[in-house]
Ligand binder design. Structure first.
Ligand code: PLP
Length: 443
């Protein structure tokens, strides 16, 4: 094998070749073992190489790998849609399949727009989202993303959809209670709708628990209900981006369930196909979908949408979540992991905050815990700690919070099959890595 790589991604790829996966572990070609402490990019929810899932995928491969959805209905896609509806709250009962998160976000927004047209609301086209946030990298999804390093190169090509601040209450130094802070951030949406003109606002898009851009940011409880009320007040559709939080990661099938919220539209990907196949979904109420179908159909679709191989894999993943009781495990192990991460704050004064829900957790490094002043950018903490952990056989995921300009946070989001003993193993490597980082940068 030549040393030259003909591939390019965000950067040159110095990583070793992957050999195989097994449960929460990945192995490179030298035989070195890694704990997949971030499930890749919060994808591999049921762990790697699950034999039952592989069997079901192979069985579908033997029958048909592709049948175009306009030529045939397929049992895997119908069955996966039915299972998805059964696992989501009442009122979300129609499903549209795609192959990834950005496609799902784009599809949700186009669904919202077409629904508005059926209601005679052709002026509604603005989608308000939050800053920071991440909703994908295609142009439409990128315009809804609040993350500067990804937006800047393409800024002149983006429409510039309105944004409100994400509820990063851990940075606030006011005297408000958490409940009052939640309401304060929710009111930003009302203010923005009024400023934009309510008749022009189509939807509000949010990650119920922030992902890569905010580092597992959870809003105060009061935020969620008030956002729903505000959307209802103005007839604005509420879209939950559950690409990262969905399929059980936070300890419920949808994170929305923690607050008893039924969004108008939900988008899923990542854990929904769990890394076995590229898969995503838009789930909405028939209240939205039926008028579109009556008016001639949804003017949107991808070639690979709903293909039987991907859907068979997705169905096998959801069956695994149920059969192994993995959503409950995410809730239980999430508490164990969160306690362990909080305990790190006693040992490392440069950890400013620990947050998350279920097995979507994060910690943020700071130079001063009281002021939450970020670490100096020259320390390159978000790269260095990841490297030190990688060397020690632990994969974690890092980003810069605060819109991508400052604030190093690290996501710990292992597969939902993780056990308490494996969490202890993960934490031991993480502590070693933090020790090495502290020594290296003199903290
Ligand atoms: N939405 C959220 C919340 C995400 O975390 C991501 C990916 O990280 C996306 C959308 C985009 O998904 P994809 O990378 O599959 O296009």
């Amino acid at each position: 094998m030549s040393e030259e790589s003909y591939l390019f991604y965000q950067s040159r790829n110095p990583r070793p070749f992957l050999d195989r996966g097994e449960g929460i572990y990945l192995f490179d070609e030298s035989g070195k073992r890694y704990i997949d402490g971030s499930s890749g990019a919060m994808v591999s929810n049921i762990g790697h190489s699950n034999p039952r899932v592989l069997e079901k995928i192979k069985a579908q491969m033997d029958r048909a790998t592709f049948g175009y959805r306009l030529h045939f209905r397929t049992h895997p896609s119908e069955d996966l849609a039915a299972k998805t509806v059964a696992m989501t709250p009442d009122g979300l009962d129609r499903v549209f399949f795609v192959s990834g998160g950005s496609e799902a976000v784009e599809s949700a927004v186009k669904l919202a727009r077409q629904y508005a047209l059926t209601q005679g609301q052709s002026d509604r086209y603005k989608v308000i989202s939050r800053f920071p946030s991440y909703h994908g990298c295609t142009f439409g999804a990128l315009d809804l993303t609040g993350y500067d390093p990804l937006r800047e190169p393409f800024a002149p090509m983006l429409e510039g959809m309105p944004k409100i601040a994400a509820p990063a209450t851990y940075l606030d130094r006011d005297n408000l209670s958490e409940e009052a802070r939640g309401l304060k951030y929710a009111e930003l949406l009302r203010d923005k709708i009024l400023a934009e003109g309510p008749d022009s606002v189509l939807a509000f898009l949010m990650e119920p628990v922030g992902g890569a851009s905010t580092g597992a940011l959870v809003a105060p409880d009061s935020y969620y209900g008030r956002i729903r009320e505000i959307c209802d007040e103005f007839g604005v559709l509420l879209i939950y981006d559950e690409v990262m939080t969905g399929a059980g990661r936070t300890g419920k099938f949808l994170a929305a369930e923690h607050w008893g919220i039924t969004p108008d539209i939900v988008v899923l990907s990542k854990g929904f196909g769990a890394g076995y196949v590229p898969l995503g979904a838009v789930v909405a109420g028939k209240r939205l979908v039926e008028p579109i179908l009556d008016a001639g159909g949804f003017a949107h679709g991808f070639t690979y949408a709903g293909n039987p191989l991907a859907c068979a894999a997705g169905l096998a993943v959801l069956e695994e979540l149920e059969d192994q009781n993995l959503i409950a495990n995410a809730a239980t192990m999430g508490v164990v992991l969160m306690d362990e991460l909080r305990a790190l704050m006693d040992r490392y004064p440069f950890i400013g905050d620990v947050r998350g829900k279920g097995l979507l957790t994060a910690f943020e490094l700071v130079s001063d815990r009281d002021t939450m002043e970020p670490l100096e950018p020259r320390l390159n903490a978000y790269d260095r700690l990841v490297e030190l952990a990688y060397e020690r056989g632990l994969i974690i995921y890092s980003r810069r919070t605060r819109g991508g300009t400052a604030g190093d946070h690290f996501l710990i989001a292992p597969p939902l099959i993780i056990t308490e003993a494996q969490i202890a193993e993960l934490m031991s490597i993480l502590r070693d890595s933090l020790d090495a980082f502290a020594a290296e940068v003199g903290l």
